[in-house]
Write a protein that binds this ligand. Structure first.
Ligand code: TYD
Ligand code: MG
Length: 445
């Protein structure tokens, strides 16, 4: 009787393999991550076929000439990429469904195709649909070829042919290798497809951009190893239904990960926003519960309005909701306000909204959140036209934050009287420094 081939199960989070399926990975303790993997047979005769490596001396630089970077037509994205798309590099672009990945990539492709040869392979949409999108963003280019395929083997062969300078794959979750048994989107298919494409890209020195889906919690769908394999990971973030869209790099082998490009989706594709602060503050009403903070998006400061609403709770358990701010951090800050000042919020619902679909993830936003809540609770707006930033500690103390000078410069540009922030060594002449929350309530409301 033929021996039955053993099926193994691989964890999509830590890549450990097991003989048996279980609901939770015994190694990394993640739930629902084990997936069936088709057996891979390696015959021992094939094991010793290696040859000595090709050796290069690094005495003289192997530097690439500058024309191997392809500018994408958006200055900000070029900065995020560290000077355009590098030939032979593999870029992974991820984002929520409907955020605009396909649109942004098509716009970049059309710009690059003005003087380079680009192939756009869509496995999600028909060529007609891609063409319709092209009409919408009013692009036209002779050097852009469009194809519809979901075969990794065919796509890798096209990359190998070295006929194109850039190949775009939309998306990695919908293509599959013929020699892997599992369905498209599985861990086995994604890692094998990515491996095949990366090998072809490197050997033919073709740049490749791969679009990837994200799961509900925002992480890249499929194996974590995908992020390790590619050279650059870009993430398109923001609110799906409006507001700003931010493109940031989470990993970049050829540049900094500190740059962010800010866009707005219009009826004809993405438009760069060069003055985000001005637009974010344009419709602001100067009332209680509204304060302005200077947040860092990559290496630039952006002025963002933080709004708070405090109302009497109708239930025994007060409700706390935040849009654009971490709910756990909000609960912590409310506890600090309660303990360190005379403001009592235990019978109040607290709602926080960060305007423009921006997410405030840095501790520097703490003080603005606290003062928005205190201002809404007291029904009094803060006395002066101030930009507010600073980390709030558990004792209610205001702590130092990074990039104070950049934040101040942006505030001055937009005509703010000054800033309310931590006591710092830097020269904050004309600005208001505070030691703790109680002191601010005394002096500024
Ligand atoms: P899409 O790029 O298909 O998103 P993804 O590939 O990330 O799933 O499109 C996102 C949304 O943008 C879609 O709902 C339609 C809208 N859109 C515009 O508002 N303007 C445009 O010019 C285009 C092409 C799309
Ligand atoms: Mg798409």
């Amino acid at each position: 009787m033929a021996k039955k081939e053993a099926v193994s199960f691989v964890c999509s989070s830590c890549l450990a393999t097991f003989n048996q399926w279980s609901g939770r990975c015994p190694r990394c303790m993640e739930w629902n991550t084990l997936e069936e993997q088709a057996p891979i047979s390696i015959s021992s005769s094939k094991l010793k076929t290696g040859r000595p490596l090709n050796i290069l001396k690094l005495d003289s630089p192997l530097g690439m000439d500058s024309n191997q970077r392809y500018p994408v037509g958006f200055e900000d994205i070029d900065e995020v990429l560290g000077g355009g798309v590098l030939s032979g590099s593999v870029i992974l672009l991820t984002g929520q469904p409907g955020i605009g990945k396909s649109t942004l990539i098509l716009q970049m492709a059309l710009n690059i195709a003005k003087n380079k040869k680009v192939l756009y392979v869509s496995s999600e949409e028909t060529t007609y649909q891609v063409d319709q999108r092209k009409l919408r963003i009013k692009g036209s280019s002779e050097n852009l070829s469009i194809s519809n395929s979901n075969s990794t083997d065919d796509i890798a062969a096209s990359i190998d042919s070295a006929d194109y300078d850039l190949v775009i794959i939309d998306s990695i979750q919908t293509i599959s290798c013929s020699w892997v048994g599992s369905s498209a989107g599985s861990v086995g298919q994604i890692s094998n497809s990515a491996q095949a494409i990366i090998t072809s890209a490197k050997s033919s020195n073709t740049a490749v951009i791969i679009i990837g889906h994200v799961t509900k919690d925002g992480s890249i769908a499929g194996p974590k190893i995908l992020e390790h394999m590619v050279d650059v990971v870009l993430s398109l973030e923001g609110d799906r239904y409006g507001g700003f869209k931010l493109l940031r790099s989470l990993k970049n082998r050829f540049g900094s990960t500190n740059e962010v490009a800010i866009f707005e989706m219009t009826s004809s594709g993405f438009k760069t926003i060069s003055n985000p602060s001005e637009i974010l503050l344009d419709e602001r009403l100067d009332i209680d519960g509204s304060v302005v903070t200077a947040a860092m998006e990559g290496s630039r400061a952006v002025l963002v309005e933080v709004q708070a609403l405090v109302s009497a709770t109708n239930f025994g358990y007060p409700k706390r909701t935040a849009s654009g701010f971490d709910i756990n951090r909000l609960n912590l800050l409310i506890a600090v306000i309660e303990q360190r000042t005379k403001v009592k919020l235990s019978s109040k619902d607290v709602y926080i909204n960060v305007v423009g679909g921006i997410s405030l993830n840095e501790p520097a936003a703490d003080l603005a959140i606290c003062l928005a809540i205190i201002s809404a609770h007291l029904g009094t707006k803060i006395k002066k036209n101030l930009v507010i930033f600073g980390e709030v500690g558990l004792s209610g103390e205001i702590r130092h934050v990074a990039y104070v000078d950049k934040r101040l410069k942006e505030a001055k540009k937009l005509g703010f009287d000054g800033c309310l922030g931590p006591k710092t060594k830097e020269n904050l002449s004309g600005n208001n420094q505070a030691r703790n929350l109680a002191e601010i309530i005394l002096n500024y409301f």
